[in-house]
Design a protein around this ligand. Structure first.
Ligand code: HEM
Length: 179
């Protein structure tokens, strides 16, 4: 997992819960990096999982909800860092249905070692989209948060339902209806 995902995560934790919480979740975890991350480095996903688990234990907020809120923050990082990529799109359904064939293809050019999910579009109309998310990292709520913010970015709203195809969340169907 890319360092930028860790550095932005720890900044958000500091903003919302304070520096003491950052120290607590780092010292509760067994981290090869020792909790020192650079934006361009690459670190094991298990480090993110441990940080999320300890943050969840210390705040009582579920990992899914933490990932949702984190993704909403991460979208502003994307807006700041990749304005050109977002400017390619005029419509949220077009953008979200292009993650697999365009957006994450570009991400992989920037970060060849990025660990990305796959999104398969199974149904698409002007105002609706059905996609299958697959990833061993089960970060579907991170995807949900990015989708929410994508609609907001285009001054639109949507109803997004998430149906687990696999119990462990490694395969999930997103059913999206633009309002
Ligand atoms: C992961 C970039 C849009 C879904 C990532 C990562 C980056 C990235 C850098 C982390 C890779 C790693 O840590 O190795 C971008 C950029 C986007 C974009 C620049 C837009 C310009 C989206 C959108 C979605 C999405 C709209 C909505 C579904 C995900 C998910 C992950 C991810 C779910 C977590 C990894 C996983 O589930 O396996 N993306 N992304 N991305 N992205 Fe995107």
């Amino acid at each position: 997992m890319k360092g930028i995902v860790f550095t932005e995560f720890l900044e958000l934790v500091e903003d919302k819960f304070g520096l003491k919480m950052v120290d607590t979740i780092i010292s509760n975890s067994n981290l090869e990096s020792e909790g020192v991350y650079t934006a361009v480095g690459t670190y094991s996903f298990s480090e993110m999982l441990q940080l999320l688990q300890h943050l969840s234990e210390n705040t009582g907020i579920s990992i899914d909800n933490l990932l949702l809120v984190y993704a909403e923050h991460f979208f502003s990082v994307i807006e700041r860092s990749y304005p050109g990529l977002l400017a390619t799109y005029k419509d949220p359904i077009e953008m979200i249905s292009s993650i697999e064939n365009h957006i994450h293809v570009e991400v992989r050019k920037i970060y060849p070692d990025a660990e990305l999910p796959t999104f398969e579009v199974t149904n698409k109309t002007e105002n609706s989209l059905v996609m299958i998310y697959k990833s061993s990292r089960a970060m579907h709520h991170f995807g949900l948060g990015l989708m929410n913010k994508t609609f907001e970015h285009f001054n639109a709203t949507a109803t997004i339902d998430l149906e687990k195809i696999k119990e462990d969340g490694t395969e999930v169907r997103f059913v999206i209806h633009k309002n």
